[in-house]
Structure formats: C-alpha cells, structure tokens
Design a protein around this ligand. Structure first.
Ligand code: SR1
Ligand code: MG
Length: 423
C-alpha cells in the first residue's frame, strides 16, 4: 500500500494499490486481481467503495481534497478522515457495536477501511420507502446518551477531556462548513443556496426578514462554536445511519467536534420530522402513509425518552468527571441535589435540542445541502407544500423553544401542520 503522496483511488486502481494489505486480503481474498470493486459514494464529500472477493467484503472510504458535491473549486483538507477515524474509535468504546468495525486507517491517503454492513440500507432511504423499523428509536436514543455523556465533563477526567478537545479542535474546516451552511446561509441570499422556486419564494422572504428567527439562529451558532461540552458526531442525520430490521449502525462522523450535547440529538430529530412531512410525496403506491407518519412521530418520542432515561442512568452510575462531583451530593447523602442538577441539565439539553432541530430543518430546504426526503418528490408544487410545513415547524422550534413544554406539544403542532392543505 502506498502511504506517500495522496492519490484518489478508482475502481481500476484500488486492487493494485491496496492488494498487498494483509487485513484486506484476510477479509476479502488473497488475490486482489479477483476483487470486485464498486464505487457507491452518494454523500457530499467522499469516495466510498465496496470491495468484494471470495472471502467477503469491505468498505474503503477515501476523503477527497475537495467537496465532492461542489467540485475542486471548494478545497477541503484530507485530515477530516483522521477525525472520523478517532471519532469512530471513541464511539465504539462508548457504545460498543453501534459503529462499523475499522480494519485500517491510512492518514496520508485519507483512507478508512471498515466492515461492509450488509444487508443494511441507509435509514433515510428506508424511511422514504415507507419501512417501519421498530428498533431504531431505542438504539439511537441509547447511542446519543452513551456517546454524548461518556465524552463529556460529566464522565471524563480533566486531562483526558482537554487533550481530546485539543485533538478535535483542528477539525476547523468542517466546523466552518456547519457554522455557515447550517446557521447563517439559510437566512440570507448566500451564493450556494437554493430552494424550490418560485413556490417557496414568499416564505423564504418571510424567514429571511424574521428578526427573532435570525437572532435565535445566531444564539444557536454561538452554542455550536463555544460550548465544547462533549464529542459530537457532528452530522447525525438519517443518511448517517444504516439499518436492518434488527440492527442499527451509525456511520460517517467526519464532522466530529467538541460541542453541545444537544446538537446531535437535535439534528437527528429534525430529520425524522422532515421525513414526516415528506411522506405524502412518496404515497404514489396508494398504500397510504398514515401508519408511517405515526411511526415517525413515535420514533422521535422514543429517541428522546430513551436518551433521557439512559442519560439519567449514566448520571447516577458513571458521573466520575469534572462536574457535579458525588462529593457534593451523593457522598453527603444529598440524592435529591444530584437529581435536581440532573433535571436542570436535561432541561437545558431539551431547549437547545429543539433549537438545533429547527435550524437543521431550514438549512436542508433553503441552503446548499438538501436531503433526499424532499428532493425525490418530483412534482415541485407537492415538494414545496411539504417543505413549507417543515419550514414552519422549524421556525416554531427555533423561536419558541423556551415555551414548548414537551414533545407531545411538538407532535400536536406537526399533526396540525400536516392537515393544512397542500396549496
Ligand atoms: C459541503 S458539505 C454539505 C453537507 O454535507 C454533509 O453531509 C454535511 O451535512 C454538510 O453540511
Ligand atoms: Mg456524511
């Protein structure tokens, strides 16, 4: 394997370049001339190959020195694969079995070779196709609680935490993407923005003139950039989850950074709410999607309730870090004090989470990086009608997050918006 000057892999060159790698030979087959290689990357940034042979298969993911979605005019450093690798290592320790097994990492070539997940499919695709997956709510709630609690000051010793913050602090360019694409660009006429036009023009103008919304978006951006609370996945949407009926795996943490605990949870829930509003665009099989819609709203509640319960469990049993030491509470017999603090921490996560969810819904409809839930609705009038509901819910969540008492209230708002006509 060459580990010197970076060169992008291709279907043709991959067997020759990686064919000497002992681990890949063990996983795929000894003779790389017999390997079959398929490029399957459908994300915005990287090359992804499925490499198979007589023994099995592996995924070879390689970062490119630019944003694939836009092209070479937008350079992006290869070091993002280093952060992805380190995030995967930590996530697999903090919630074992929930991320793909890593076979090897080559920093110079920005390659991560990992387990080929099969017959898994991307969760977003499964939801567009109307598949009900009963386990994901619990699995994703646990994943968020375990990775976010165990990577935080509630769990980590001060030296380890600071060293890790320093390591991930260099993931600058990917944080910069989120800071602009998520928190700012949707709210002005940024060059790379697009939206379903002219159908959404009036609501887009309204949102860009909405002072309260813009102030909230910037408050949330402030949290994103300044609240280095835990190691976040950084891009936890339904395209970063692979599923079967029985298994859930989280992939692609290249945007990993130290940020607010609420960030990953908010991004994730936003993607279920968007899927909810997009369902009517995928009812062409006349099967009706009422059950699917109910399932998506149920899943939001299950993720949040599971997150809360597991976070509380870890708080009570693994709170060994910098903050809220047991010496101040449990060791003085003050169990109620520890519970009071837990409730305050969880309430703050909840309020921030709603805000991040609202902003994520806006950026997927108004910014550069849209999602397939809406994009695959061919009729622009129908697509715009679905998107408009998500934009309204997003505004409500971002601006009114301190007045929304529970996710039952959000459910009622989503259901009311869903009943609005498609005009
Ligand atoms: C230029 S990158 C656009 C988006 O793709 C990634 O998946 C992230 O969501 C990012 O915001
Ligand atoms: Mg990704």
């Amino acid at each position: 394997m060459d580990t010197q000057v970076f060169a992008a892999l291709s279907v043709e060159t991959l067997p020759g370049r990686l064919g000497g790698n002992t681990i890949l030979k063990e996983k795929i087959g000894e003779d790389s001339a017999q390997w079959t290689v398929k490029e399957v990357g459908d994300g915005n940034l990287n090359l992804v190959f499925i490499v198979s042979g007589e023994k099995g298969a592996a995924i070879v993911k390689q970062a490119l020195p630019y944003v694939r979605l836009v092209g070479e005019s937008w350079p992006l450093p290869l070091k993002r694969s280093y952060f992805e690798y380190h995030a995967l290592v930590r996530q697999s320790q903090r919630d074992p079995g929930m991320v793909p097994e890593i076979f090897f990492f080559d920093a110079a070539q920005a390659i991560i070779a990992m387990e080929f997940l099969t017959p898994h499919v991307i969760l977003r695709r499964a939801l567009i196709d109307g598949h009900i997956l009963p386990k994901i709510g619990r699995d994703l709630g646990l994943f968020c609680a375990r990775t976010l609690f165990r990577g935080s000051d509630f769990s980590m010793a001060t030296r380890d935490k600071k060293a890790d913050v320093a390591l991930f602090a260099d993931n600058v360019e990917l944080c910069d993407i989120t800071e602009n694409l998520v928190f700012s660009d949707p709210y002005f006429e940024a060059t790379l923005n697009r939206h379903t036009s002219p159908q959404l023009d009036p609501i887009v103008a309204e949102l860009r003139g909405d002072r309260d919304l813009k102030v909230e978006a910037q408050r949330l951006k402030h949290l994103f950039s300044a609240k280095a609370e835990t190691l976040c996945h950084g891009d936890l949407h339904t395209g970063s989850v692979m599923v079967t009926d029985d298994e859930t795996r989280v992939i692609d943490p290249e945007f990993a950074f130290y940020g607010p605990i609420s960030f990953d949870v908010g991004m994730l829930l936003a993607n279920f709410w968007m899927s909810y509003f997009a369902q009517s665009g995928h009812e062409s099989d006349n099967s009706g999607r009422d059950d699917m819609r109910a399932y998506l709203l149920d899943t939001v509640e299950i993720i949040w309730e599971t997150f809360r319960a597991e976070f509380a469990n870890l708080w009570r049993n693994e709170r060994k870090g910098i903050l809220y030491q047991a010496s101040l509470f449990e060791e003085q017999g003050d169990l109620l004090g520890a519970e009071q603090a837990l409730n305050i921490v969880l309430d703050e996560i909840y309020r921030e989470m709603l805000g991040f969810a609202g902003i994520e819904m806006h950026r997927r409809i108004l910014g550069l990086a849209h999602n397939a839930d809406f994009e695959t609705i061919a009729d622009p009038n129908h697509r715009a009608a679905c998107e408009k509901k998500a934009l309204k819910l997003g505004r409500h969540l971002a601006v009114n997050r301190h007045r929304i008492h529970s996710l039952k209230d959000v459910r009622a708002t989503a259901e009311r918006l869903q009943k609005e006509t498609l005009a």
